[in-house]
Write a protein that binds this ligand. Structure first.
Ligand code: IMP
Length: 447
């Protein structure tokens, strides 16, 4: 009940889509509040697998409304295709609303994303951010520069022509021919006509739902450490994927939030450039990449892998106010000799850091993590999975329970869900922590 915010607690790709989809079983509305086609939320259903880039996962459930919220930047062509594909595959079971305030990513933004990366590399080799090349940064820059084209403009042909003319005036460095511009305008007009029935004011829908007492989930995209201000700047995305950003990106007031769920893998991954203190290379790195299927759902890039980093997790917990964690991909670590977890950093000057990483990306790149090694749990087998389905969290291996309690204790945020595979049913709820239990403790198997 209430408004549940789902936030990535690491560098993205924590399986937020899977957790949101799981929680959506009890929700009436699921809202994407930021980002756009840079996200790739993989959902594995009995009917087949699907990767959603812009459409909220809520549309996969009948009776659920998916909302592309005001904070998003959406590629109209990609969105149109995604909707059509879901409809053709009969996976579009709910309904969809697109905020008239959401901004459009235009072909010129995608060209600009590439141009900017080229300029960075040409000026200083190694300065590339490694963006997803979906036009995200330039579209947000135009949003804040007030040159943007909103979906409310897109569906009004005369307004669209007007806004495009202004926007092109800001980009003489991206020479486009008149013919190109005409073609883009015509194409956009056609796509906009198909999307128009979905475009509407979305905030009143959310406010009414809150008044009715419906459950609303704000589906995070990207993650706390990719936040434009609080992440590893400049190796970040261009919006606020934190819990506060989810409110700005939806139009819901802070007082309505009932839960903030941080989604974290049992290890860590990062794609694109930027510091990654607990990165693991060599054979172990290759093993985790292989076992975890660590390849980007949007770009196909191989993700760098590393151990769980409690300094960053504590930071993300404080920044977002997590009320619980969903711990994902625990099966990937099954059968290892032990599970290292970074509990603190030591800086080159000998300072110890436990919950506030340096704001400077170069400094963060030069810390030395201090690891504690926890006993590893056995590999997940069909038999173990059957027992978890039948008996619940009690059937989880003892070593995994110790790991879960360790994460809860160290971050002071209890783990409430554990995901041990990509499918919907491979998630177990550990129960709400008892009111009297210390922060971070788990009640399920003690009961
Ligand atoms: P952009 O969001 O395309 O501008 O990319 C900026 C940075 O964020 C790059 O390092 C991307 O790899 C990273 N990034 C953006 N979206 C995601 C995501 O959904 N998962 C993981 N990394 C992402």
């Amino acid at each position: 009940m209430g408004v549940i915010v789902v936030v990535g607690a690491q560098f993205g790709d924590e399986a937020k889509g899977k957790i949101t989809d799981y929680l959506a079983a009890d929700a009436r509305i699921v809202v994407r509040t930021g980002g756009g086609p840079n996200a790739g939320h993989s959902i594995h259903l009995a009917e087949g697998s699907v990767v959603l880039h812009q459409v909220p996962v809520g549309v996969l459930r009948s009776g659920v409304l998916g909302v592309c919220g005001p904070g998003m930047v959406l590629d109209p062509r990609g969105l149109d295709e995604e909707i059509r594909t879901l409809q053709e595959r009969r996976l579009f079971k709910g309904s969809l609303a697109i905020s008239e305030r959401a901004h459009a990513i235009l072909p010129i933004h995608i060209a600009e994303d590439a141009w900017e990366e080229e300029r960075r590399v040409a000026t200083r080799p190694g300065a590339a951010i490694g963006t997803t090349m979906r036009g995200i940064g330039p579209a947000y820059a135009d949003r804040y520069g007030r040159w943007g084209v909103r979906f409310g403009d897109l569906i009004r042909p005369a307004r669209l022509a007007d806004r495009l003319e202004l926007l092109y005036a800001t980009k003489p460095h991206l020479a486009t021919t008149l013919q190109d511009r005409e073609r883009v305008r015509t194409e956009l007009g056609e796509v906009a006509a198909r999307l128009a029935p979905f475009v509407q004011p979305t905030e009143p829908l959310l406010w009414s739902a809150v008044e009715r007492g419906d459950t609303i989930i704000l589906e995070g995209a990207q993650s706390a450490l990719l936040d434009v201000d609080f992440g590893t700047y400049p190796y970040v995305t261009s919006h606020h994927p934190t819990s506060a950003g989810a409110l700005v990106g939806s139009g819901l007031p802070p007082a309505e939030v009932t839960e903030v769920v941080g989604v974290t893998k049992a290890y860590a991954t990062r794609v694109g450039a930027g510091p990654f203190p607990t990165q693991v290379e060599g054979d172990m790195g290759a093993y985790l990449q292989r076992e975890g299927g660590e390849r980007g759902a949007t770009t196909g890039r191989v993700r760098q892998v590393g151990w769980l980093d409690l300094v960053l997790l504590r930071y993300a917990a404080r920044l977002n106010g997590f009320t619980s964690f969903a711990l994902t991909k625990v099966d990937v670590l099954g059968g290892l000799d032990d599970v290292p977890v970074a509990v603190q950093y030591v800086t080159p000057t000998g300072e110890t850091l436990t919950d506030y990483p340096p704001a400077d990306a170069d400094e963060l790149a030069h810390v030395t993590p201090v690891y504690e090694k926890l006993p590893a749990w056995p590999k997940f087998t069909a038999n173990l999975e059957r027992r978890i389905r039948e008996e619940g969290a009690r059937a989880l291996p003892t070593e995994l329970k110790q790991f879960i309690e360790f994460v809860g204790r160290e971050t002071r945020v209890p783990v409430e869900w554990v995901s041990y595979g990509p499918r919907r049913e491979q998630t177990v709820w550990l129960g709400k922590p008892h009111g009297s239990a210390p922060a971070g403790s788990v009640s399920a198997w003690a009961a």
